[in-house]
Each structure stands twice: as structure tokens, then as C-alpha cells.
Design a protein around this ligand. Structure first.
Ligand code: PEP
Length: 266
């Protein structure tokens, strides 16, 4: 089977949900449900408390670990924060940065996201950088302006070689946790705009290799439409990643669409 230029990726953002024992239970069931899926990178982003021990459970499986946030210093007097080194040792391959909930509830701005992106890459952790407009921005015709500002700010000063390593999640804020997903067309339009912008940071060949995810009320019954789009390489899933049945259906639907994409002439 031919491979896609950009390996598909699906990440489950559990937010502040699941204790360690609940997390173990979930992962043991998910492992069984997706044993056959080897062509989609599956990532679980649990709360910090579950990271280290989940890493032991996931060893040798096709599911990888990600964190939901981190600070950018290696260590020091930053009460309540977690460093990239700590995440690396806990087994994280990915970290979500700049999620809209971090921006809205904790005042994170692009300059801070940028420092975190650089720190993650220095430590060998792949940042999944979230960008997306609020409903008022979309209604005012400012989607591209907002997305561009967040992208440029988050990637400022990154060398093209490093830029190529990042994953960008386009997450319209009005679609997160609302059940009101963007249409596949809307998501593709913005994703294509993002890919064109990435040429400025990474050059045109590298920009073609950067994975773009869609996030915002992804469910088993709408995921296929997103994955069919030429610039969408996977999904960042919140609510529907909390149930094994839903999350595994999403993963299997991605696998199916990826197989279809592989058959298409590029
Ligand atoms: C998210 O929190 O990143 C997200 C996309 O949530 P949901 O899937 O619940 O909209």
C-alpha cells in the first residue's frame, strides 16, 4: 500500500477528565479495539497525573502519549508547572500547546506559546499547536486574520527544519465542545490557508510535509468528511475521545479514509 506524504494522526485531548485508574481502564480497552490500526498515529493526552504509568501500559502498542500543556523552562521555581524534560521522561512524544482553553481561561498568548513550542522542539517533543478563531471573528470576516496572527506568533524565530516538525490543529473556538462542528469545506478552506502561510516559515517542500489536524466537535459520524479533505491529515478530539466506543470508531474511520486517499493519484 502506498504511504501518504503526511502520516495521519489522531489525538485525544482528555482535558481535566479521568483519574489514573479510569485512564488505565480506558487504555486497556482501546488497545484491544485498535490492534489492527497501524497506519494511523494514535495519541492520548491524559492529565499529567496519569502520564507516567500510562506510558508503562502503552509500551509496545500503537498508541502514543501526549501532554495537554507544559512550561518552557527545564526546571526552577515555577510552582505548579511541568517542564519539557519531565514530559519526555514520562514518555510523551507530543504536547498540545496554545489550546483555546489555555488562551481563554489562563491568558496564554502567542509569545508564550512560541516559547513553549521552541522548548518542546529542543527536547524532542512534537508540539501540536492549536489555532482558531472565535465566533465573533468568523462573523466579522476575520478568520484568516486571526489564524494568521496566531500562526505567525507561535512559530516566530523557528528555523525551517524545526518548523517542519510541528503539527498544527485548526480548532475554531465556536466548534469546541459545542456539538456545532465546522463543515468539512470550512475546515479545508482554513487548512489550505494555513498550509500556504507555512511556506513562509518552512519553504514550500517542507510546508507540504507539515501535518494539519481539524478539531471541534469531531464525532464518528462527521470525521470521514474532514479526512477526505486534501489539507487535513487527522483530528484533535475532545469529548468523543473520552469513550472507547466513539474514539475507536473515529480511529477506524480515519484508517478507512486514509486507505482511500492512498489509492488516489497524487
Ligand atoms: C478540543 O478540546 O480540542 C476539542 C476539539 O474538543 P471537542 O472535540 O469536544 O470539541
Amino acid at each position: 500500500m502506498p504511504q501518504l506524504l503526511r502520516p495521519p494522526l489522531v489525538a485525544g485531548n482528555w482535558k481535566m477528565n479521568k483519574t489514573v485508574s479510569q485512564a488505565h481502564n480506558f487504555v486497556n480497552n482501546l488497545k484491544e479495539a485498535v490492534t489492527e490500526v497501524n497506519d494511523v498515529e494514535i495519541v492520548i493526552c491524559p492529565p499529567y497525573t496519569a502520564l507516567f504509568s500510562l506510558n508503562q501500559v502503552l509500551k509496545g502498542s500503537n498508541i502514543f502519549l501526549g501532554a495537554q500543556n507544559m512550561y518552557y523552562y527545564e526546571k526552577g521555581a515555577f510552582t505548579g508547572e511541568i517542564s519539557p524534560l519531565m514530559l519526555q521522561e514520562a514518555g510523551c512524544r507530543y504536547v498540545i500547546l496554545g489550546h483555546s482553553e489555555r488562551r481563554i481561561y489562563f491568558g496564554e498568548e502567542d509569545t508564550l506559546v512560541n516559547l513553549k513550542v521552541k522548548a518542546a522542539l529542543r527536547t524532542g517533543i512534537t508540539p501540536i499547536i492549536c489555532i482558531g478563531e472565535q465566533l465573533a471573528d468568523r462573523e466579522a470576516g476575520k478568520t484568516e486574520e486571526v489564524v494568521q496572527k496566531q500562526l505567525v506568533g507561535s512559530l516566530a524565530g523557528l528555523e525551517p527544519e524545526l518548523c517542519q516538525m510541528v503539527v498544527i490543529a485548526y480548532e475554531p473556538v465556536w466548534a469546541i465542545g459545542t456539538g456545532q462542528n465546522a463543515t468539512a469545506f470550512e475546515a479545508q478552506e482554513v487548512s489550505n490557508f494555513i498550509r500556504k502561510l507555512l511556506v513562509n516559515n518552512a519553504g514550500s517542500n517542507r510546508a507540504k510535509k507539515i501535518r494539519l489536524l481539524y478539531g471541534g466537535s469531531v464525532k464518528p459520524d462527521n470525521i470521514a468528511g474532514f479526512i477526505k479533505q486534501p489539507d487535513i491529515d487527522g483530528a484533535l478530539v475532545g469529548g468523543a475521545s473520552l469513550e472507547v466506543a466513539d474514539f475507536s470508531l473515529i480511529i477506524k474511520a480515519i484508517k478507512k479514509e486514509v486507505e482511500n486517499k492512498c489509492q488516489q493519484p497524487s
